[in-house]
Design a protein around this ligand. Structure first.
Ligand SMILES: Nc1ncnc2c1ncn2[C@@H]1O[C@H](COP(=O)(O)OP(=O)(O)OP(=O)(O)O)[C@@H](O)[C@H]1O
Length: 252
């Protein structure tokens, strides 16, 4: 479970997050939406302990992480996997070495077991037999899947996804969506997904939280969000092409 309590974040006097209160239940897929610059990535970086809030508390699996010393925080990070926006693979390492990276860093697993785990995780993301490929031989969607295999190699309790479908075609986005849902099922992980992709958000989320100007302005199931009477939410999910103002302008 992840809890943010009265979290505020200021960058050089600008308040990026304002009094955020958010509870993400064990095993839940929480999707965070909102316009560019609204504070979504900041929230994600706070959960993984890369950023400390200016005030407020962040709890991960019933432990407060905001005041934790770095060595203890590193232990908590072992329970988390992160899929970065641009895959962030090590280009000089094979796919298998990339997936093995966290296992080598954080466990005393014997080499043979590391490779068994690597092959199993690659199979889970549909990349059986790709362990000797180099990242630059793979498509963007395949790289994302390697990044997912790496994130779940350590069987994390929490998986954080930063724009997992950005830059992918609809078919590959769909594949990634299904993987996010099946990963939750297979490792019973709590998942937090930051995305701009509304069709992905509606198809994978248990709940969606919309951030606007640093505050959560709406939270609920996909149906609650679709039926929101908050005009900012309604506008955002319909997208710019369907805005009433633009219809008005075209009639003028
Ligand atoms: N380390 C930092 N130092 C200063 N300002 C920062 C820092 N990180 C984020 N910000 C500012 O905080 C605001 C929110 O940024 P954030 O990256 O969280 O937004 P976002 O919603 O994830 O945007 P996008 O959808 O474009 O990725 C922005 O105005 C950004 O410039």
């Amino acid at each position: 479970m992840i809890e943010l309590k009265n979290v505020n974040m200021n960058f050089r006097g600008n308040q990026t997050l304002k009094d955020i209160n958010l509870t993400i239940e064990q095993g839940e897929i929480m999707v965070i939406i909102g316009p560019s610059g609204s504070g979504k990535s900041t929230l994600l970086r706070m959960i993984i302990g890369l950023l400390k809030p200016t005030s407020g508390e962040v709890w991960v699996n019933n432990r407060e992480i905001t005041q934790m010393p770095e060595d203890e925080l590193n232990k908590i990070r072992l329970e988390m996997g992160m899929v970065f926006q641009y895959s962030a693979l090590f280009d000089s390492m094979t796919v298998g070495e990339n997936v093995a990276f966290g296992l080598r860093q954080h466990s005393d697993m014997p080499e043979e077991e590391i490779w068994r785990t690597v092959r199993r995780k690659l199979r889970m993301v549909g990349l059986r037999g790709k362990e000797n490929a180099m990242p630059n031989e793979l498509s963007g969607g395949m790289k994302k899947r390697v990044s997912l295999a790496r994130a779940i190699a350590i069987d994390p309790h929490i998986v954080l996804y930063d724009e997992p479908t950005a830059g992918l075609d609809p078919i590959m986005s769909n594949t990634i969506d299904r993987l996010i849902v099946s990963t939750r099922r297979m490792i019973r992980a709590t998942s937090v997904v930051v995305t701009h992709d509304m069709s992905s958000a509606f198809s994978i989320a248990d709940r969606i939280a919309m951030i606007y100007g640093g505050s959560i302005i709406e939270i609920g199931t996909p149906d609650v969000i679709k039926q929101s009477e908050n005009p900012i939410v309604a506008k955002f999910i319909r997208g710019a092409t369907a805005l009433p103002e633009s219809k008005g302008r075209s009639r003028a």
